[in-house]
Design a protein around this ligand. Structure first.
Ligand SMILES: [Zn+2]
Length: 82
Protein backbone atom coordinates (compact mmCIF):
# COMPACT_ATOMS: atom_id res chain seq x y z
CA UNK A 1 0.00 0.00 0.00
CA UNK A 2 2.88 2.34 0.78
CA UNK A 3 4.43 1.25 -2.51
CA UNK A 4 1.09 1.65 -4.32
CA UNK A 5 0.71 5.22 -3.09
CA UNK A 6 4.34 6.05 -3.81
CA UNK A 7 5.07 6.96 -0.20
CA UNK A 8 3.17 10.17 -0.83
CA UNK A 9 0.04 11.69 0.68
CA UNK A 10 -2.97 10.66 -1.44
CA UNK A 11 -5.16 13.63 -0.53
CA UNK A 12 -6.04 16.18 -3.19
CA UNK A 13 -6.55 19.89 -2.87
CA UNK A 14 -9.84 21.41 -3.99
CA UNK A 15 -8.21 22.37 -7.31
CA UNK A 16 -7.38 18.72 -8.02
CA UNK A 17 -3.63 18.87 -7.33
CA UNK A 18 -2.31 15.99 -5.31
CA UNK A 19 -0.65 16.83 -2.01
CA UNK A 20 3.12 16.50 -2.45
CA UNK A 21 3.97 15.89 1.20
CA UNK A 22 5.28 12.45 2.22
CA UNK A 23 2.56 10.09 3.46
CA UNK A 24 3.61 9.28 6.99
CA UNK A 25 0.19 8.29 8.33
CA UNK A 26 -2.02 5.36 7.31
CA UNK A 27 -5.64 6.46 7.07
CA UNK A 28 -8.83 4.39 7.02
CA UNK A 29 -10.82 5.74 4.06
CA UNK A 30 -13.99 4.55 5.80
CA UNK A 31 -13.22 4.99 9.52
CA UNK A 32 -13.12 1.78 11.49
CA UNK A 33 -15.64 3.39 13.87
CA UNK A 34 -18.09 3.35 10.92
CA UNK A 35 -17.36 -0.27 9.99
CA UNK A 36 -14.46 0.34 7.62
CA UNK A 37 -12.17 -2.64 7.10
CA UNK A 38 -8.39 -2.82 7.43
CA UNK A 39 -8.06 -4.18 3.89
CA UNK A 40 -5.65 -2.44 1.53
CA UNK A 41 -8.69 -1.16 -0.38
CA UNK A 42 -9.71 0.87 2.66
CA UNK A 43 -6.26 2.21 3.54
CA UNK A 44 -4.48 5.21 2.10
CA UNK A 45 -1.41 7.23 2.92
CA UNK A 46 -1.89 10.74 4.21
CA UNK A 47 0.54 13.35 5.46
CA UNK A 48 0.14 14.29 9.12
CA UNK A 49 -1.65 17.52 8.17
CA UNK A 50 -4.31 15.89 5.97
CA UNK A 51 -4.77 13.08 8.48
CA UNK A 52 -5.49 15.66 11.20
CA UNK A 53 -7.95 17.46 8.91
CA UNK A 54 -9.81 14.25 8.09
CA UNK A 55 -9.85 13.02 11.68
CA UNK A 56 -11.27 16.30 12.96
CA UNK A 57 -14.05 16.27 10.35
CA UNK A 58 -14.94 12.69 11.30
CA UNK A 59 -15.12 13.77 14.93
CA UNK A 60 -17.53 16.51 13.90
CA UNK A 61 -19.75 14.01 12.11
CA UNK A 62 -19.85 11.75 15.16
CA UNK A 63 -20.74 14.70 17.38
CA UNK A 64 -23.54 15.68 14.98
CA UNK A 65 -24.96 12.15 15.11
CA UNK A 66 -24.86 12.24 18.90
CA UNK A 67 -26.68 15.55 18.96
CA UNK A 68 -29.32 14.20 16.59
CA UNK A 69 -29.94 11.13 18.77
CA UNK A 70 -30.86 13.26 21.78
CA UNK A 71 -33.21 15.49 19.76
CA UNK A 72 -36.85 15.14 20.80
CA UNK A 73 -39.78 16.12 18.57
CA UNK A 74 -41.48 19.31 19.68
CA UNK A 75 -44.74 18.58 21.51
CA UNK A 76 -47.84 19.59 19.61
CA UNK A 77 -50.41 21.87 21.15
CA UNK A 78 -53.46 19.82 22.33
CA UNK A 79 -55.81 22.13 20.43
CA UNK A 80 -54.06 21.15 17.16
CA UNK A 81 -54.82 17.43 17.60
CA UNK A 82 -57.60 16.03 15.43
ZN1 LIG B 1 -1.36 15.80 2.45
Amino acid sequence: MIRRDGGQCTARYSDGRRCDLPGNDVDHIVPDSLGGSSDMDNLALLCAWHHAQKSSSEGGTAAALTRKSVHRPAPTHPALDD
